[in-house]
Design a protein around this ligand. Structure first.
Ligand code: ATP
Ligand code: MG
Length: 412
């Protein structure tokens, strides 16, 4: 159905005239053949980037030179971006970045792509062009390197992670044996990649509907400990239970929660992980909230939980609760304690949803009004009274707290 998109038809018409040719390439063709939703439509063309921009100009289509040196011009129609990339071949690679040359040869362009399922084209007429035996692999859901696996990995080590990511997303059965072996052999090369590329690819892998099988094979190939040594003693055993819980409760798949399920809740080690893989500030903070929040105790009372919520905030505790709930469910039926704990976690999660942080009725001005001179003691005293108020489950009102404050100031 995506092929009838008028914006796409217009882009293809623009390219398919006066000796030029453009075809839909890569992920869009793969997904539509598999009956899966198509996110963005990439287009390959025999025209040079300048010619693409020039044609767009004449047709009054917005052209953004998003990666001229890679041959990519993004055309924007009806607010929809289409990445149009000139056919290329890799001329030089050091395993980390490739130098590309433009060409007009579809076979060459197909062969420099990573996987057979990613190297199909669809013409403007809707004909699928298969130059690397990708259709058979789409059919059998086989994730396979184009050409010799070891050679393709040596050209770009990131392909190791892409192999497992695409296996997680589209593979069935076992991973292709030759590819798996080549990944295992080249695993120590992953350390040479930039942290950004590794994390971005890892995140996509973790966000797959079910990364469980791929992670098992990655562990088996020694690839997982190469990028996430923190998983070594901890492991990925919690992943299937988490995926089950996500489905059962309709939680949005969350790469960071899945990562948390695989690594120890240790602030220091997570800081090292975040720095090594260059996580964003927000991502690092999320993991830190999680590790800072206390573990959920088996018989935690709801009032005690409210105090934890007040002190820790909802974010880290929610992660704790989800992982605890997933773990308890995985321990399973027949285990009465696990069932009871799962029930408790569910109630507490509902409680977080409704939670509104109570606001402490006193402030610094009250302390000054009570007669304490300005200075560091003001905050200390205020904090002590707030603690008492929290310990009393937020029941004391302003009048009582003011009386308590005055008593404390009088005592000195
Ligand atoms: P999605 O965007 O849905 O994750 P995709 O197939 O579009 O999947 P991208 O990473 O966007 O994947 O890459 C677009 C295409 O470029 C791929 O289908 C593949 O043909 C090619 N490609 C991307 N990265 C590499 C790489 N490291 N080595 C070789 N080819 C690659
Ligand atoms: Mg894409």
């Amino acid at each position: 159905a995506w092929f009838t998109d008028p914006a796409l038809v217009r882009v293809l018409a623009l390219l398919n005239s006066d000796g030029g040719e453009g075809r839909v390439a890569g992920g869009a063709v793969r997904n539509s053949l598999m009956g899966l939703p198509v996110a963005d439509v990439d287009i390959a063309t025999t025209l040079k980037p300048e010619a693409v921009a020039e044609r767009a100009n004449v047709a009054d289509i917005k052209a953004v030179p998003t990666g001229i040196e890679h041959g990519t011009v993004t055309l924007v129609i009806d607010g929809k971006p289409f990445e149009v990339t000139t056919l290329r071949r890799d001329v030089e690679t050091d395993g980390r970045h490739a130098e590309v040359a433009f060409g007009a040869d579809w076979q060459m362009d197909a062969e420099r792509r990573d996987l057979t399922i990613n190297a199909l084209y669809a013409t403007a007429e809707g004909t699928v062009v298969d130059l690397v035996n990708g259709l058979a692999d789409i059919e059998s859901r086989t994730v396979r390197f184009i050409g010799d696996a070891a050679t393709r990995i040596a050209e770009d080590h990131l392909r190791i992670l892409r192999f497992f990511r695409f296996f997680a997303l589209y593979g069935s059965g076992r991973p292709d044996a030759e590819g798996l072996k080549a990944c295992a052999r080249a695993k120590d090369k992953l350390g040479k990649l930039s942290a950004e590329r590794v994390w971005s690819e890892t995140k996509k892998l973790l966000a797959a509907p079910d990364p469980g099988r791929a992670l098992l094979w990655m562990r088996q190939a020694g690839v997982l400990t190469e990028i996430l040594p923190e998983t070594e003693k901890w492991g990925i055993d919690a992943i299937p239970g988490l995926i089950d819980a996500e489905k059962a409760f309709g939680w949005t798949p969350d790469a960071l929660l899945r990562l948390a399920a695989m690594v120890p809740a240790d602030r220091e080690r997570l800081k090292v992980l975040a720095e090594r893989l260059r996580l964003s500030k927000a991502e690092a903070a999320t993991l830190d909230y999680w590790a800072s929040a206390p573990e959920i105790a088996p018989k935690l009372a709801e009032t005690a939980f409210d105090r934890l919520l007040y002190r820790n905030g909802p974010q880290g505790l929610t992660m704790r609760l989800k992982l605890a709930l997933a773990g308890a469910r995985a321990r399973g039926l027949g285990d009465a304690d696990a069932l009871a704990f799962a029930g408790l976690c569910q109630r507490l999660l509902a409680r977080v949803q409704k939670w509104q942080k109570p606001s402490f009725p006193l402030n610094g001005a009250d302390v000054l009004a009570a007669g304490l001179p300005a200075g560091p003691k003001v905050g200390t005293l205020l904090g002590a009274i707030e603690e008492e108020w929290v310990a009393g489950n937020f029941h004391e009102g302003r009048a009582k707290l003011l009386a308590r404050l005055e008593a404390l100031v009088r005592e000195g």
